[in-house]
Design a protein around this ligand. Structure first.
Ligand SMILES: NC(=O)c1ccc[n+]([C@@H]2O[C@H](COP(=O)([O-])OP(=O)(O)OC[C@H]3O[C@@H](n4cnc5c(N)ncnc54)[C@H](OP(=O)(O)O)[C@@H]3O)[C@@H](O)[C@H]2O)c1
Length: 355
């Protein structure tokens, strides 16, 4: 099979480096351009690499970063773009790439609220991919933009989807304990976070609700219809490197018991598993019965096979009463909640013939 020519935007950043790792040797995509800002122009990937859990191979490490311009990528024949750009700059660059016919898979929030742009999580709303045909016809010349959700929402929505569908639970409270890598590099100043917890992350709590409702909602008659689900969030930044932990709480009459909740989450499978997408975890939700799990340092890289490392969410400490449910959920923010989410979206689009 001929691989599609790809580019990574923001390749020197936390998300961009995850892209570089996940796309190395990928069966569908071949990275032809590693891009970033003027600051990184001409540097090798090995000079900017900051992922301690990934051994950087010499071939990948030698790749040179170039300045980002859509025209240059178009001239090089790039078909697929993976974007790890800050939202302030992502909007216009991603638009230019889509106008030039490229399929853009973005981590940035710039296009998430567009009425014809999906926030795609293939296990939850694979049919939202239909929106790109409308986007193409309405305002692009062949290309399109697909976004993935905010990192905390991605993990949470995966955990909520089976519960919403099976038990009709529609009102959730969540407290998050979010890792430092979620703020990019260099991120939060060390003096602010050492021995400390910051009880505010700009716009995060609002996104948990608005993005969650779009993701869990429907796409019909050419438009997105939000789910009635409500997500009330309190978000904190904690002194952890990778992995967002979330404490979830819900109330409902006749709440199912712990065993039924656990088996419902554990048995959840969807389109990526049916299609055997390369980065799809065999088990998207791993349920642990150990009392002190999930922990970021132990569980954030959950997921198999090897390409799906960090793509599963882990749920633990499930507790129910007659009218309440509580559990902890962990998601790797830069893999499942970041680059891995976009890679899975692109794999779905490729396999479904939407490229
Ligand atoms: N970190 C997470 O957990 C996470 C999860 C989900 C989504 N996201 C989103 O993903 C995006 C990237 O996040 P990050 O954490 O990887 O950020 P980051 O570590 O700060 O990296 C940003 C990247 O964008 C490049 N860049 C900045 N300004 C640019 C410009 N004007 N033109 C071209 N390239 C430019 C940077 O290049 P230089 O190094 O050359 O400056 C760097 O490669 C953001 O939109 C973020 O909200 C992040």
């Amino acid at each position: 099979m001929t691989k599609r020519k790809a580019a990574i935007l923001g390749s020197s950043g936390m998300i961009g480096q995850r892209f570089a790792h996940m796309l190395d040797g990928h069966p569908y995509f071949e990275v032809a351009a590693y891009c970033a800002s003027d600051r990184s122009d001409g540097k090798r990937l090995s000079e900017v690499w900051k992922l301690p859990d990934v051994e950087l191979g010499s071939d990948l490490g030698e790749q040179t970063i170039q300045k980002t311009t859509a025209e240059q990528l178009s001239r090089e024949g790039v078909q697929v773009v993976f974007s790890g750009l800050p939202s302030e700059v992502a909007g216009s660059i991603e638009d230019e790439c889509a106008e030039l016919g490229m399929a853009v898979f973005s981590n940035a929030s710039a296009h998430r609220t567009d009425p014809d742009t999906p926030i795609l999580i293939p296990e939850i709303n694979h049919h939202h991919l239909e929106a790109v045909e409308i986007q193409r016809k309405r305002r692009r010349k062949g290309g399109y933009v697909v976004t993935n959700a905010n990192c905390s929402v991605t993990g949470l929505a995966l955990g909520l989807k089976p519960l919403v569908d099976a038990f009709g639970i529609d009102d959730f409270h969540v407290a998050t304990y979010q890792a430092l890598s979620g703020a990019g590099y260099p991120g939060v100043p060390s003096v602010d976070i050492l021995g400390n917890i910051l009880p505010h992350i700009a716009k995060e709590e609002e996104k948990m609700n608005s993005e969650g409702r779009k993701i869990l909602g429907r796409f019909e008659n050419g438009r997105f219809v939000d789910s009635p689900v409500r997500i009330l969030a309190s978000c904190t930044r904690v002194n952890v490197r990778d992995g967002h932990l979330e404490a979830v709480f819900a109330r409902k009459e006749d709440m199912p018991d712990e065993e039924l909740v656990a088996s419902t989450l554990k048995g959840f499978r969807s389109r990526p598993q049916e299609l055997s997408l390369p980065s799809a975890p065999l088990e998207p939700i791993i349920v642990t019965s150990e009392q002190n799990r999930p922990q970021p340092i132990v569980d954030s890289l959950a997921g198999s096979p090897e390409r799906a490392r960090g793509m599963a969410v882990t749920v633990g400490r499930i507790r129910t009463t007659e009218d309440s449910l509580r559990f902890f959920l962990l998601v790797h923010n830069t893999i499942r909640g970041g680059a891995g989410g976009s890679v899975l979206n692109a794999e779905l689009a490729h396999k479904e013939g939407v490229m």
